[in-house]
Design a binder for this molecule. Structure first.
Ligand SMILES: Cc1ncc(C[n+]2csc(CCOP(=O)(O)OP(=O)(O)O)c2C)c(N)n1
Ligand SMILES: [Mg+2]
Length: 592
């Protein structure tokens, strides 16, 4: 039997499970693993500048491509605790990442050794498995189980913690006969699908709410086919956005309190039946449940049995992988259609489309300082359907979801539930590694940008080019807006007079200089008509220099973005679009 260190076995298994890229940052306690990686020679390593950055790179890498599993590696102690935010964000959005940490030797775990922290206990609630491997011979089993768990059922992250001596110990292991463990994915039965379809067909104004589970299952094509067969409009969730192209006839808009459309909410409230697939009735999608559910019947399809009924009791629940369920939905709907048993929905579909063409928010403002809405209008002109957008949280993310267009699955890459500030830059770098051929456009508010700004150097060092649109209002904008309810503007200002950069006019940080200092290219825009040309210049700079290019757009400091507490009570702060010219890049042209 071949003998090798447990670390060598771990690396061999990673390779056999399809890992080609690792994001990490070495330290003494993980050096044996790095030595094994070096001996193997088949893994590309991207050196993060902050370990949290490595965890979000791994998330971006997973989210960009079906089948990918991002791997982040760090040493013992603070490296593991730094990666917790990535584990949280990944578990919250059902994203598999594997986090590997070094650890103090087994015999010293209870001696308060240098950088020995019980990371598996800390990471427990954030992972599907968090294990400090105490026996070297368990290493192959731990890694095999990790991949089995990450891919099975509701996907999610795993942490494997490797004490130094466990990594170094020699074990008998034969990679040639290693076999990945079978993946478990529950599947709906035909009887269940028949029943759900009876309910949909019997409704007058049905909708499909399409969640991120459809994207995880790589089932966007099946969703479209099914929606077309039953002629039923689709409301994607924030995590499901892109499953149906924004210009599809049945795209009804997003519903929710923030990242939503006026027409999406109106259509949801006008519906009498909702089939949720691979979604979790997130509170920022539903708002108050009384409003969300009143007068409506619900079917919920989810891969995780305990998700059914978690937020509210659906009228009918099905435990299934979204892809397996949609495949059966398509089969059964096709048979019924051939038998003339699918009702015609033209009036309802037209009504939803009419709302899409009229209930628009205004984007065309010429104001200086620039209003945020105009930024997204210009981004719609500059970036085509092949663009992958990456963002996390803030007024920037909310307005982007209201105004941008997404046409393909995995082209809206967003930390939906956790929304950790600082996520955007490292996640975008992970996306660039996963897909070097598509244009990647990240979007940050100034605070999100400042959180993990050092990761820009990773993009410069490893030639990971993308465009980073930075909308700068010198504010913790979303929190400033939410403080209106407290009648305060307290501890949310990022503005100051920068003694080195009077030209930033009191907006504080000179992001252009910082980005340049980190090896990137950067531009600053202060008037609306310069946004489009700046984005074109950024594309050229990116192609020429193969580094991240930051386009900083100086915004009006205070612009409130549409949001509310109930689907029927979203507050509009700006005048609405009245003519086509007010929202010139809306997908469905304004009806005059
Ligand atoms: C780690 C972390 N701390 C705090 C928050 C709460 N939070 C959400 S948005 C936000 C302000 C974001 O400011 P900025 O990135 O400039 O975006 P803006 O809202 O101004 O567009 C804060 C503090 C968070 N999401 N993550
Ligand atoms: Mg801001």
């Amino acid at each position: 039997m071949p003998r090798m260190t447990a670390a060598d076995a771990a690396v061999a298994i990673l390779r056999r499970e399809g890992v080609t890229n690792i994001f990490g940052l070495p330290g003494a306690a993980i050096n044996p693993f790095y030595a094994a990686m070096r001996r193997d020679g088949g893994i590309t390593h991207t050196l993060a500048r902050h370990v949290e950055g490595a965890s979000h790179m791994a998330e971006g890498y997973t989210r960009a491509r079906s089948g990918n599993i991002g791997v982040c590696v760090g040493t013992s102690g603070p490296a593991g605790t730094d990666m917790l935010t990535g584990l949280y964000s990944a578990s919250a959005d059902s994203i598999p990442i594997l986090c590997i940490t070094g650890q103090a030797p087994v015999a010293r775990l209870h001696k308060e050794d240098f950088q020995a922290v019980d990371i598996s206990a800390i990471a427990g609630p954030l992972t599907k498995m968090a294990m400090t491997v105490l026996e070297p011979a368990q290493v192959p089993g731990a890694f095999g189980q990790a991949f089995h768990l990450m891919r099975s059922g509701r996907p999610g992250p795993v942490l494997i913690d490797l004490p130094f001596d466990v990594q170094m110990a020699e074990i008998d292991f034969d990679i040639d006969t290693y076999e990945p463990l079978p993946v478990y994915k529950p599947s709906a039965t035909r009887a269940q699908i028949q029943k759900a379809l009876d309910m949909l067909v019997g409704a007058e104004r049905p909708l499909i709410v399409a969640g991120g589970g459809i994207i995880n299952a790589d089932a966007a094509d099946l969703l479209i086919e099914f929606a077309e067969l039953v002629d039923t409009p689709v409301v994607p969730t924030l995590m499901g956005w892109g499953a149906l192209p924004d210009d599809h006839r049945l795209m009804a808009g997003m519903a929710g309190l923030q990242t939503s459309h006026r027409y999406g909410n109106a259509t949801l409230l006008a519906s009498d039946f909702v089939l949720g697939v691979g979604n979790r009735w997130a509170n920022r999608h539903t708002g108050g449940l009384a409003t969300y559910t009143a007068g409506r019947t619900f079917v919920h399809v989810d891969i995780e049995p305990t998700q059914i009924g978690r937020v509210f009791a659906p009228d009918y629940g099905i435990v299934s992988d979204a892809g397996a369920a949609l495949r059966l939905f398509v089969d059964v709907a096709r048979e019924r259609k051939a038998a003339g048993r699918i009702p015609e929905r033209t009036a309802w579909v037209t009504e939803c489309r009419q709302r899409r063409a009229t209930m628009l928010r205004r984007t065309h403002f010429d104001n200086v300082p620039i209003k945020p809405q105009r930024v997204y209008e210009e981004m719609n002109r500059a970036f085509g359907p092949e663009t992958r957008f990456v963002t996390t949280i803030g007024l920037s993310q909310i307005a982007a979801a209201q105004f941008l267009h997404v046409y393909r699955p995995r082209h809206w890459i967003n930390a939906g539930q956790a929304g950790p500030l600082g996520w955007t830059a490292p996640a975008a770098l992970g996306v660039c590694v996963a897909d070097p051929d598509s244009p990647v456009v990240a979007l940050s508010g100034d605070y999100d940008f400042q959180f993990m700004i050092e990761e820009l150097a990773v993009g410069a060092q490893f030639n990971l080019p993308y465009i980073h649109v930075l909308v700068n209002n010198a504010y913790l904008g979303l929190i400033r807006q939410s403080q209106r309810g407290f009648d305060m503007d307290y501890c949310v200002q990022l503005s100051f007079d920068n003694v080195n950069a009077p030209e930033v006019g009191g907006y504080g940080v000179d992001h252009v200089k910082v980005a340049e200092g980190l090896g990137c290219k950067a531009l600053r825009v202060t008037v609306p008509d310069e946004i489009g040309p700046a984005l074109e210049t950024a594309k050229k700079l990116m192609a020429e220099h193969r580094v991240p290019v930051v386009v900083e757009i100086i915004l009006e400091r205070v612009t409130n973005v549409s949001m509310g507490t109930e689907l029927d009570n979203v507050v509009e702060f700006e005048e609405l679009a009245a003519r086509h010219e007010d929202a010139p890049t809306a997908v469905v042209a304004m009806l005059d």
